[in-house]
Design a protein around this ligand. Structure first.
Ligand code: MIG
Length: 665
């Protein structure tokens, strides 16, 4: 059951799509205080109570013991102490004596103190008592998630090739760079479906342009990639370069589609292109206009996009640069004394000050709204702009789309990637833990930068990360400018990489079928073990294994130099290891704790007893998958069948142009 409570005058975020009457009074769970000091929800957690949710946040699946602030932030240093990342997904699930889901639909800074200040106390607070609170109750954690997903609307489904493997790197510039990636993958027989284009393809970081010197004939270039059956996916940044004569700039200025300053004129904030204006994604007309710009690149043969810098990330604003200059001038004339070090260090903070978010405004249905009051909706509405436009531009075919910043509601228009992680083993584990939390909030098409984005990676980390990435809906290797090159062909024995990535394609029909089912039925693609075995004390605390779809459990190796790992089986399962020679190692394991050895070039998975998984034959890309001829794996003691969903991989309407194939064993 779900109940909606209204406090004050909430901003309509359109996160929830179901029309509902507001309930009278206060919810029976927790206590709520509202007033001048804002809103505070307080709840005493039971000793064994677990708190799930919050989507893309650091630390565990069980969020207890720390605090988090929903306030979209471009911070590439995801250390354990960070309390804000790129998105805000304000859904939590209390799993104690009672099971309760809570969604705080509030568009700006919201704090979750989950046993940080007092170990047994949860508080959720914000500065203004203007919000909707949705309270969901149900039989089980899964039932509550399902109900929540039903009220927020169906999740985005990518084209099928979007589940193929993609290679990305910040720094690819010329057609030769991109063609080299595609050719090398093909030459070495490492499967590949997409190459991602980072900011250097643009003309001086101008959205929707291509650099003419490097790409004298962009359509010819996309055609050459198509020949190789490789899809191109360019990045789009939120900020639009300030430059007279650049049509996106000129049209935006002319029609009032940019965020404005105190004086009502477009407000300058600098990002990669230097001085830029931010499109007013909260203005429906501006949204439609910006969305239609994507068509220019689609017409030239690209097949999808990733939206970046949409927290929005701001390097400086006009005002903050003035303050910085003033600060430097003052500093230059100041004595070198005991405060000089701190004063010098503080200078650069003047540029990226949070105050920048208070300096510009949106036009929401004719109302002027200060950005900091709706901050968390910016990336959501950028991706919504694209998603809504794609429905017009491409009514028949799905377009690949994922974003960095997000808010619940955005899950209907695109997926997300988890931003600038690092090439750390702990971030591989973090990737595992984040996935189910994102699924609860509707984000099914997700994945992390495989191999790690920041700092130098190592061969073993890339292989282990790929062996988990084989299961994540978005499977993309991406790295930062200046870091060690980490494409699959940069390492000794590329055949090991060909094998591991190849496993993705053997599993793809099953994974795609499970993703479609999860979208259609509002289910989770990845689940914590606790959701499936709520009575099992060990399962309840297992955070480094995941249930996937109907049949699978995954337990990745995430420790350097480990030749295997300890795995907990909450029931009898078949261990299947994809061996480098193409064979399958299969071992029936009983419920309990096992040590399994996993070499760097092997991929393990566990199939629940009396469940089966169809495996396709190896393929180099999704277009070449043979979806007729399956090997079926499973430990069955009775006849078992699996309903495999298959379609053309593009049609928007699930259930059209599709077949349900019964696979039996
Ligand atoms: O300020 O476009 O998260 O994936 O490679 C950095 C360059 C901007 C941040 C993205 C990352 C991308 C990078 N971008």
């Amino acid at each position: 059951m779900v109940q909606k409570y209204k406090f004050g005058t909430p901003f309509e975020t359109e996160a929830v799509v179901r029309e509902m009457e507001c309930a009278e009074g206060l919810p029976s769970v927790g206590t709520i205080e509202t007033g001048e000091h804002g809103f505070c929800f307080t709840y005493t957690m039971g000793e064994k109570e677990v708190v799930y949710g919050l989507g893309e946040t650091l630390r565990g699946m069980n969020k207890r013991g720390y605090r988090y602030i929903s306030y979209a932030t471009d911070d590439p240093h995801h250390h354990e102490d960070k309390i804000s990342l790129y998105g805000s997904q304000n859904f939590i699930l209390l799993d104690g004596e009672e099971k309760v889901g809570l969604f705080f639909d509030y568009p700006t800074k919201l704090e979750f103190d989950i046993g940080y200040t007092r170990q047994d106390t949860l508080t959720v607070s914000c500065a203004k008592a203007d919000l909707y609170l949705y309270v969901l109750t149900g039989e089980s954690a899964l039932a509550i998630v399902k109900e929540f997903r039903q009220i927020i609307g169906k999740s985005y489904l990518p084209p099928k090739w979007g589940m193929g493997f993609g290679q990305s790197r910040w720094g690819y510039k010329t057609p030769e760079d991109f063609l080299f990636v595609a050719d090398t993958y093909r030459k070495l027989g490492i499967p590949l479906d997409a190459v991602y284009m980072d900011i250097d393809y643009m003309e001086r970081y101008k959205d929707f342009t291509t650099n003419e010197k490097n790409f004298p004939d962009f359509p010819a270039f996309t055609a050459a990639m198509k020949e190789k059956k490789v899809h191109l996916v360019p990045i789009i940044d939120a900020g639009v370069k300030v430059e007279e004569g650049y049509s996106v700039h000129d049209e935006g200025v002319k029609n009032g589609y940019f965020c404005t300053g105190e004086d009502g004129k477009p407000y300058m904030m600098a990002v990669w292109p230097g001085p830029a204006y931010m499109p007013d994604f909260l203005n429906a007309e501006a949204r439609a206009w910006f969305g239609s710009q994507y068509q220019r690149l689609l017409e030239q043969g690209v097949d999808g996009f990733w939206n970046d810098m949409n927290e929005p990330s701001i390097f400086y604003t006009y005002d903050s640069m003035e303050a910085y200059k003033k600060g430097i001038r003052e500093f230059l004339d100041s004595p070198i004394d005991e405060t000089a070090y701190n004063r010098a260090n503080a200078l650069s903070e003047l540029l990226t000050t949070p105050e920048n978010y208070t300096r510009f405004y949106h036009n929401v249905n004719g109302q002027r709204v200060c950005h900091d009051q709706v901050h968390n909706l910016f990336g959501y509405n950028m991706t919504r702009a694209a998603g809504e436009a794609f429905e017009r531009i491409s009514p028949d075919k799905r377009i690949l789309m994922f974003s960095r910043s997000s808010y619940i509601g955005m899950h209907r228009y695109g997926g997300i990637w988890t931003g600038d992680n690092k090439s750390w083993w702990s971030h591989l584990l973090l990737n595992i833990k984040m996935m189910p939390a994102l699924n609860m909030c509707g984000f099914l098409f997700t994945g992390a930068d495989i191999g790690g984005f920041g700092v130098n990676t190592t061969r073993d980390l890339v292989l282990r990360w790929l062996a988990f990435g084989v299961f994540t809906p978005l499977m993309r290797n991406h790295a930062a400018l200046g870091t060690r090159e980490q494409e699959c062909y940069q390492w000794e024995k590329p055949e090991d990489f060909a094998h591991v990535v190849g496993v993705r394609y053997r599993l793809l029909p099953y994974l795609y079928s499970e993703l479609v089912k999860a979208v259609e039925n509002d289910e989770m693609y990845f689940r914590p073990l606790a959701f499936e075995y709520p009575e099992d004390a060990i399962a309840r605390e297992t955070e480094d294994q995941l249930m996937l779809g109907d049949s699978l459990m995954v337990a990745p190796v995430y420790q350097q130099n480990a030749s295997g790992r300890v795995v907990y089986l909450p029931e009898d399962m078949l261990l299947v290891k994809f061996m480098p020679d193409g064979t399958l190692y299969q071992e029936e394991l009983t419920k309990g704790i096992h040590y399994i050895s996993v070499a760097l070039n092997e991929v393990p998975m566990f199939v629940k007893k009396n469940h089966i998984v169809p495996l396709a034959q190896p393929a180099q890309c999704v277009a070449e998958l043979n979806e007729e001829d399956f090997t079926v794996v499973g430990w069955t003691t009775e006849p078992v069948s699996y309903e495999l969903y298959q379609d053309d991989g593009y049609t928007r309407q699930v259930g059209m142009n599709c077949t349900w194939r019964t696979i039996s064993k």
